[in-house]
Write a protein that binds this ligand. Structure first.
Ligand SMILES: [Zn+2]
Length: 267
């Protein structure tokens, strides 16, 4: 099998999505990469797609969707791309939402197929700690600027044989994550056991997280409190199955959040 040259990897990943940009009614899908930075002689931008659903009758809900902050988890970039492609074909699930999607949060690691960026750092331990890493600074700027109602970060874990999720932020987060895992379980098993990835877990849900992960700024705290879900697929499973599981989870979260938000506001 022929592999594309390294410099074209990200381009070929995004090509099917770029082909849809500007072709959908109302310019629903836009490509607007952010920043410009270097690792040695190589110049990078962070790819960003914005998918704007039809108006939903209330305030627009902004979600931030992130993949491959660990560069060796390429499956997650594929999954986020596939999710946007499904919306391009059928935008109904995005009604009322504005989705900011960052499919390759660690471009140099993606190219090198390494967890770390080319600076040798795990970017997912650098957030809100005064990091000098350009990828982290750019994403922190986005997080600060857009005031997302919710964040979903996709990861792939090669030490686990099932899907699981970390939940943080709003109390309703677990009520979103459980149906999302249920939806994913059509395609891949859920992780079992009382400990997953070194943390106590209950039915595939973990409520603690390492410090420095991609998350909302602690201050100022937006209202309503945003939800934060880290969705993990078993990396040894076929990439297509991981993508299908992640797409099902993301669609479940879109379906579930609006009613939960309305319910929360009426409390
Ligand atoms: Zn990861």
């Amino acid at each position: 099998m022929q592999h594309p040259p390294v410099a074209n990897l990200i381009e070929s990943l995004l090509a099917p999505l770029l082909a849809k940009c500007g072709r959908l009614p109302g310019s629903a899908l836009r490509y607007s990469p952010i920043g410009e930075f270097h690792h040695g002689p190589c110049r990078y931008q962070l790819p960003r797609f914005v998918f704007r659903g039809a108006p939903g009758g209330g305030d627009t809900i902004r979600l931030g969707l992130f993949a491959s902050i660990h560069g060796d988890e390429r499956e997650t970039a594929l999954a986020l791309r596939d999710f946007l492609l499904t919306l391009a074909d059928d935008p109904a699930p995005a009604q009322g939402y504005e989705l900011y999607a960052y499919p390759v949060c660690n471009p140099s690691g993606y190219e090198d197929r390494t967890r770390h960026s080319r600076a040798g750092l795990d970017l997912n331990r650098e957030f809100w700690r005064g990091s000098a890493q350009p990828e982290v600074q750019l994403l922190e700027r986005e997080l600060g600027m857009h005031g997302f109602h919710g964040l979903i970060a996709l990861h792939a874990d090669d030490t686990c044989d099932g899907c699981y999720a970390y939940v943080r932020g709003a109390t309703l987060t677990e009520a979103l994550a459980r149906p999302a895992l249920e939806a994913a379980s059509q395609f891949l098993p859920l992780a079992q056991g009382e400990m997953i990835d070194g943390f106590p877990a209950r039915d595939g849900v973990i409520t603690r997280c390492p410090e420095g992960v991609l998350s909302n700024p602690a201050d100022p705290s937006p209202s309503p409190a945003p939800f934060e879900i880290i969705f993990e697929t078993p990396q040894k499973a076929p990439a297509q199955a991981q993508s299908a599981a992640a797409v099902a989870a993301l669609q479940s979260i879109l379906r579930g959040y609006r009613p939960l938000l309305a319910f929360g506001e009426n409390l």
